[in-house]
Design a protein around this ligand. Structure first.
Ligand code: MN
Length: 224
């Protein structure tokens, strides 16, 4: 048995619709995967292949939790997203085989310190502190099995802020898995946030933000 110098933490994990929990290994996020959101952020949606950023695995937040308004921001944003949970890993996965690596799906919210992201972009610095802060990856119950086309909606205090169909994605799930697996070797437990549609906007203290994808459980948070 290995002797560790500090206590070894349990892996971060998320509830599923069944009795077991899903252990989270890494969190990958796709940038600009809906044309209307790419345009609202000032980019040409047809100009580039998908790109990625990451969040720490322990940034995951379960649905129904109240989280503090994060430090170091005055522009804290919601981003409603489909989350893919991988049950099998691999490198150089083909698009045809990609969905066989998926364990399940969840609704998610890629919480963002938009002002820090804008500063990072302007200074050509990394996005980590804009995207990978504590409690920045909200994930609803993970549902095993496939998902078809469905609507994705984000509401803030009951007001619809984002609405799209999953089929509006520029890069569908199989294409993302195939492309990402050519950059890193994917592993069981990896989550992929697949990008957000237009309508991202601020969250204030006391507000409740709900991401709904038809067929999945909602991802809900309240800001303390
Ligand atoms: Mn996002």
């Amino acid at each position: 048995m290995t002797d560790f110098v500090i206590p070894v933490p349990l892996p971060p994990s998320l509830p599923t619709t069944g009795p077991g929990r899903f252990p989270v290994r890494r969190i990958f996020c796709v940038g600009r995967n809906y044309a209307d959101h790419a345009r609202e952020m000032g980019h040409d949606p047809n100009a580039e292949p998908p790109f990625y950023f990451t969040k720490p695995a322990d940034a995951v937040v379960e649905s129904g939790v109240t989280i503090p308004y994060p430090p170091a921001t005055k522009d804290f944003h919601h981003e409603a997203e489909l989350v893919v949970a991988l049950g099998r890993g691999g490198a150089f996965i083909s698009e045809a085989a990609a969905l066989s690596h998926v364990w399940g799906y969840a609704a998610g919210n890629d919480l963002t310190r938009r002002d820090l992201q804008a500063e990072a972009k302007a200074a050509r610095r990394p996005w980590d502190m804009a995207k990978g802060f504590d409690a920045s990856a909200v994930v609803g119950l993970i549902h095993p099995g496939p998902i078809g086309d469905a609507s994705i909606t984000c509401t803030v205090d009951g007001v619809v802020k984002q609405f799209a169909r999953l089929s509006d994605m520029i890069w569908p799930v199989p294409a993302i898995i195939a492309h990402l697996s050519r950059l890193v070797t994917l592993a069981p437990g990896d989550l992929i946030f697949t990008g957000t549609p237009a309508g991202v906007g601020p969250l204030s203290r006391g507000q409740t933000c709900v991401v709904n994808i038809v067929g999945l459980s909602p991802a809900t948070i309240t800001i303390a």
